[in-house]
Design a protein around this ligand. Sequence first.
Ligand SMILES: *Cc1c(COP(=O)(O)O)cnc(C)c1O
Length: 360
Amino acid sequence: MLLMSKPPEEIIRDEIRALSAYHVPDSTGMVKLDAMENPYGLPPELKREVATLVGGAALNRYPDPAATRLKARLREAMDVPAGMGLVLGNGSDELIQMLMLAAGRPGAVVLGVEPSFVMFRMIATLCGVRYVGVDLRPDYSLDVEHTLAALEAHAPAVVFIAYPNNPTGNLFDARDVSRIIEAASGIVVIDEAYYAFADASFMPRLVDSPNLLVMRTLSKLGLAGLRLGLLAGRREWLGELDKVRLPYNVNVLTQLVAEKVLEHPALLKAQAEAIKAERTRLFGLLRSTGGVRAFPSAANFVLFRVARAAVVFGGLKQRGVLVKNLDGSHPMLADCLRVTVGTPQENTRFVDALTETLNA
Ligand SMILES: *Cc1c(COP(=O)(O)O)cnc(C)c1O
């Protein structure tokens, strides 16, 4: 008997069909300030070392599934407290997915604040886990009372807090975050993707907070192309998460290159310091540009508001500068654009293009 084949709407889950795919615009030939990438490459000497390593890599073999050497380097570079477990991901996006898969019991809820990193909600949806968002206060600080009430009402399996927050750029009050960690009955993940540009971290707090996990990534440090994220915390949590991880998720080249680059912590630190200095300059320029409201940032980007953001976004694009348009993504981000801190030349080009656009 011949079966009639079914259309996608009868096969693909409704919540997946309702999503739009994560959109990455074409940036060929543009000043690319939309994705929080580090604008500085590796110095020529280190590039040559990397090339030699890559040339000698055993590409016919599967990678070390435990990434033992790389983990040892990361523990040191990231000041992971002794005795803590570590799980690596193909970017921290994959770690978010592992958390959803591991904690997504029937009826489980994950909680995030809004506006924040869109992947928390998106990956929850992909994994069939219910997502609850609690709005920040209008000044983008944590609304602790509402968040505590939501913890009580939903008992989320996982709470995600980006520290500093993306796309707002601010660092939440550490006491507010601590109150949430203490009140939560499930896991609290502090996502420190931008730790290198802030002078604060919850990493040392792993020692005295049994339900805390700290997530970091090399993406914003200058290695976005490698795709490497890490999750640190108590072994009783990470041992379970490791079962969800696909065996060879961190490939041979990523392991080799990350190990090598992490031998040079001073280099990454110097690049982060250069970006912080440029952030101060860029923020000052935006502050003194009429019609622009820039929000203070502890990350490697600056959120700013203009009248008719979509038009300004288009004007910048026309002038060869790509930023991120956040207008329409959340009511608190109405007319907001986000610009990554680039090289001094790129930032100057951006500000010139912005001034031209606003005066056009
Ligand atoms: C950029 C970013 C990440 C990074 O994700 P990767 O998959 O590691 O590149 C994670 N969290 C936040 C809040 C980010 O902004």
